[in-house]
Design a protein around this ligand. Structure first.
Ligand code: GRF
Length: 192
């Protein structure tokens, strides 16, 4: 059984979707949800899902091994970032090589990097008059949104789309694709 931890800083709709997907699947399960915000709605979702959730501060992440210790205590094998706004510290990257993936709500390398999260991304896509947007699922490294790309999916952006319209289309792609992509990455790892 591959034990997954999800890192989320906000609402956690992707965390919920991923947890539900693996509830009905053999081979992997979401064992832990970690947030850097004690009041993040993802904790409420975790409670309903029956998944353990914990909070660590920015300093905990960046200056201690508390998060790494927690992952090890919970026998975590794989980490999924789903709306996690901190940069992943080097101690976690070193401990989980090719075992940390992130989803970005745009077609990287465009519209990525520091500050490019949530609605900021969709506003930038609309302002740039892009004809398409989408999602990028990628491994993470020490820089925001720069790891090797695993998967991308696109949606059309119409000339009269608002950033909210774009956000909705992108969320639908996230819910459709993120869980099976995680599943296939884990299956590859399990082959050794
Ligand atoms: C999603 O749009 C995801 O692509 C981005 O952050 C958002 C998280 O939303 N990384 P939620 O917290 O999963 O609802």
């Amino acid at each position: 059984m591959v034990n997954i931890a999800i890192f989320a800083s906000g609402s956690g709709s992707n965390a919920e979707n991923i947890s539900n997907y693996f509830k009905n699947k053999e081979g992997a399960s979401v064992r832990l949800i970690i947030s850097n915000k004690a009041d993040a709605f993802v904790h409420k979702r975790a409670e309903v899902l029956g998944v353990k959730s914990v909070t660590f501060s920015k300093d905990d992440f960046e200056k201690t091994d508390l998060v790494l210790d927690c992952l090890r205590e919970n026998q975590i094998d794989f980490i999924v970032l789903a709306g996690f706004l901190l940069k992943v510290p080097q101690n976690l990257i070193d401990a989980y090589p090719q075992r940390i993936v992130n989803i970005h709500p745009a077609l990287l390398p465009k519209f990525g990097g520091k500050g490019m999260y949530g609605d900021n991304v969709h506003k930038a896509v609309v302002a740039a008059r892009e004809s398409e947007s989408g999602i990028t699922i990628h491994y993470i490294n020490e820089n925001y949104d720069e790891g090797n790309i695993i998967f991308q999916a696109k949606c059309e952006v119409l000339s009269d789309d608002t950033f909210q319209n774009v956000a909705e289309k992108v969320h639908q792609l996230e819910y459709l694709h993120f869980p099976p992509v995680i599943d296939s990455v884990i299956a590859e790892l399990s082959k050794g």
